[in-house]
Design a protein around this ligand. Structure first.
Ligand code: ATP
Length: 236
């Protein structure tokens, strides 16, 4: 059984079709890239999967559990964690405290939450910044902090929303390494990304959205050579 399965998911806002009839699956241990032009419906689909909005129709399964229509905290408790396009760090807290907030949703023991938060900071390469106020972190560090905080929810599936945007090539490379490390830790990743040089080399599969619909799905190589995808998104 697939870890995540979307069956004909649609989301309409009045007359606006944000997602239409989208079906695909994410297997345990996979990195799946979700790409497509601005406004194609990628973030809306994330919102449907993570419970931030309910699909207008269709079904979303995490294993045997139906997710569609559940609130975010239920989706998170079942194993879906996410980051946001704009990293929503708690700026008045330290990096460690930011991750502890999430860790404390899994345990009420403060010392254990601190220990787990340190683990995820270390995992994402931020161990040396634990006591730094989140507001003082660079964009790249704030993105990694958002990832560390999502990981502290101990998810089965992590939804990463443009964690590579605005990073320099070295930072993109490091972010890609962290995503691979997450997969290697047994957590599946569904990754919305416009930085194709970051996601294409590490993804097992790519799903392409265009005008709210699934335009294509396949290996990164097949997608990079798909004439429809080139015409709609990649360009020559
Ligand atoms: P980008 O790559 O620019 O982040 P995207 O692929 O994530 O774009 P979405 O943000 O999902 O695209 O938007 C898809 C469509 O749905 C857009 O036309 C957007 O304006 C519309 N939309 C998204 N959220 C809402 C909302 N809450 N109310 C009305 N329309 C919305």
């Amino acid at each position: 059984m697939s870890l995540l399965r979307l069956e004909q998911v649609s989301k309409h806002y009045g007359g606006l079709v944000a997602n239409e009839d989208i079906s695909f699956a994410v297997e345990a241990g996979e990195i799946v890239g979700l790409i497509g032009p601005n406004g194609a419906g990628k973030t809306t689909l994330f919102n449907c999967i993570a419970g931030y909005t309910a699909p207008s129709s269709g079904a979303i399964w995490l294993g045997e559990k139906a997710l569609a229509g559940l609130p975010p905290e239920r989706c998170a408790a079942l194993g879906v964690a996410r980051t946001f396009q704009i990293a929503r760090t708690f700026t008045s807290m330290t990096a460690l405290e930011n991750v502890m907030v999430a860790a404390l949703l899994k345990t009420h023991r403060l010392a254990l939450a601190r220990q787990r938060a340190r683990h995820w900071l270390d995992f994402t390469g931020l161990a040396h910044l634990g006591d730094t106020p989140a507001a003082s972190l660079t964009t790249s560090e704030q993105r990694r902090l958002a990832v560390a905080r999502a990981l502290a929810l101990e998810p089965l599936l992590l939804l990463l929303d443009e964690v590579m945007a605005g990073l320099n090539p070295t930072e993109v490379q490091r972010a890609a390494e962290v995503v691979q490390k997450i997969r290697d830790a047994g957590i599946a990743c569904l990754v919305v990304e416009h930085v194709l040089e970051g996601i294409m080399p590490i993804a097992n599969r790519i799903v392409v959205l265009d005008y709210g619909r699934k335009l294509a799905e396949g290996s990164p190589e097949a997608i990079a050579n798909d004439p429809q995808v080139i015409a709609a998104y990649l360009g020559a």
